[in-house]
Design a binder for this molecule. Structure first.
Ligand code: ADP
Ligand code: ADP
Ligand code: MG
Length: 448
């Protein structure tokens, strides 16, 4: 039996293709929705049906809730997969679909609401006994209040938008002077990016590592983890390279982390696929950072080491079927690494849109790509053009495989971060698994 008859994918690029692929394998019909800028994109061609939503700007297409819902109704879709970004963590969208009797392939609107707010989710996790980054659990009312609380917590601090995502809406603040300056700019940025200027603050963890736990729950109270992902290679607080298992964790700390994630989710009652993000300090203390109630960009490394198709799992859980396996059944083999190839300058990180005149990709590795040769990368959306994913018995072999794969990649017409990716996988500290979220910045400085 099938989980759905027809799924509309409310997204674009590589993740739309990724969802279509699993639907095809399961015999589920697919509907792509696209903007005028994406009319020629591979995901539009690969779906069984495709409907244009409107102009290139996301607000006029991918973020237009009513238009997406109208399209789902017209095409007779019984499920909507939101991918990541865009409407994937928008509770109004989930609620509207519910009203229309169409299944949102994700959590209930009330869970999105709870976990989408960093302030609310911090409070909730605290109640569950999950350690959270020391900080202020309320929303800041004024710069005066922020200064007072920052004094109590102690600098450096991270000033954050409660609704933030994609590394946007947070500012590292070293002292009171800086806080006075950055308070209003951070608030304004949050208002424009998320239509919500609510701010809070946290202690800045020095030499941090970002390690997250992939989880899945069903409607019958069962909850499992699918191990962790190490995501400390970041630029602008956004991930660039991810791997699993994390080279930083010993078995005891790993078990503690995984158990903590499960404890937190048991508390809220979680019924789909999701990720609990944690930050580690150099003493191996870890703190809850935020939860993402959707598929992550880096989900393939988990699929590689567990052999589980996370999109299928999402479809299955959304169709209210039980988890297909228990915790003991989740096995881990080998090591997987993912590199995100961005259309951007490897030093300044400025996007580099244009036509991809030539695209040579490696063989015998997994490629989750948004484009093919001849396609354009437009300036309207995230500049990620694809992901290279390797899996091998050991971390060392995986790094070797990644090196060979990157070596074979040729992109002409646009600038990419390929050389930066190569610099990372050839770096000694990376080889030894000794890196923090500051690693990329340091690497770029040294090579400037
Ligand atoms: P987003 O919703 O944008 O993903 P997160 O809260 O998950 O925001 O943070 C993104 C990244 O920013 C983290 O992976 C980490 O590198 C950095 N970061 C966030 N909070 C802190 C903190 N308190 N101390 C140090 N680094 C932080
Ligand atoms: P993940 O947490 O899945 O590893 P990212 O934090 O890089 O991935 O964000 C996922 C994608 O969605 C990125 O392309 C990012 O630009 C985009 N994104 C994430 N959250 C938001 C948001 N709230 N608003 C706009 N774009 C977002
Ligand atoms: Mg995050």
């Amino acid at each position: 039996m099938s989980y759905f008859n027809k799924v509309l994918i409310a997204n674009r690029g590589e993740i739309a293709r990724r969802v279509i692929q699993t639907c095809k394998r399961l015999g589920i019909q697919t509907v792509a929705v696209y903007s005028e800028a994406d009319a020629m994109a591979p995901f539009v061609e690969e779906a069984d049906e495709a409907v244009c939503l409107g102009a290139a700007q996301a607000k006029k297409s991918y973020l237009n809730i009513e238009k997406v819902i109208e399209t789902a109704k017209q095409t007779g879709a019984d499920g909507v997969h939101p991918g990541y970004g865009f409407l994937s963590e928008n509770e109004d969208f989930a609620r509207r679909l519910e009203q229309e009797g169409i299944t949102f392939i994700g959590p209930d609107a009330k869970i999105i609401e709870l976990m989408g707010s960093k302030i609310e989710s911090r409070r909730e996790m605290k109640k569950a006994g999950v350690p959270i980054v020391p900080g202020w659990d309320g929303s800041l009312e004024s710069v005066e209040e922020a200064l007072e609380i920052a004094d109590q917590i102690g600098y450096p601090i991270m000033l954050k938008a409660s609704a933030g995502g994609g590394g946007i809406g947070m500012t590292l603040v070293q002292n009171a002077e800086e806080l006075k300056k950055s308070y209003s700019t951070t608030k304004r940025r949050a208002e424009s990016a998320f239509s919500d200027g609510t701010l809070f603050l946290e202690k800045f963890i020095t030499n941090p590592r970002h390690i997250e736990v992939q989880v899945a729950g069903d409607h019958y109270g069962n909850l499992i983890h699918l191990f962790e992902r190490e995501c400390s290679v970041q630029r602008r607080n956004q991930k660039v390279i991810e791997e699993s298992p994390s080279p930083f964790l010993d078995e005891e700390t790993r078990q503690q982390l995984l158990e903590t994630a499960i404890r937190g989710l048991n508390h809220i009652g979680y019924t789909t696929v999701g990720t609990m993000e944690f930050i580690f300090d150099d003493q191996k203390n870890f703190y809850f950072l935020e939860m993402n109630t959707r598929l992550q960009v880096e989900h393939p490394v988990t699929e590689e080491i567990t052999g589980i198709d996370l999109v299928e799992l999402q479809l299955r859980l959304a169709a209210k079927q039980p988890l297909p396996l228990k915790q003991e059944g989740v096995k881990r083999t080998g090591h997987s690494i993912e590199c995100r190839l961005y259309a951007e300058d490897p030093k300044t990180f400025f996007p580099s849109p244009g036509i991809v005149k030539r695209l040579v990709l490696p063989e015998d590795v997994r490629l989750d790509f948004a484009i093919k040769e001849g396609d354009s990368v437009t300036p309207f959306y995230d500049p990620m053009i694809g992901k290279i994913i390797v899996h091998a018995q050991t971390r060392k072999e995986a790094i070797g495989k990644m090196n060979r794969a990157l070596d074979q990649i040729q992109v002409e017409g646009i600038t990419t971060n390929k050389t930066l990716l190569q610099m990372v996988v050839q770096n000694d500290d990376f080889l030894h698994g000794e890196y923090t979220t500051r690693f990329l910045d340091k690497l770029i400085m040294v090579n400037a």
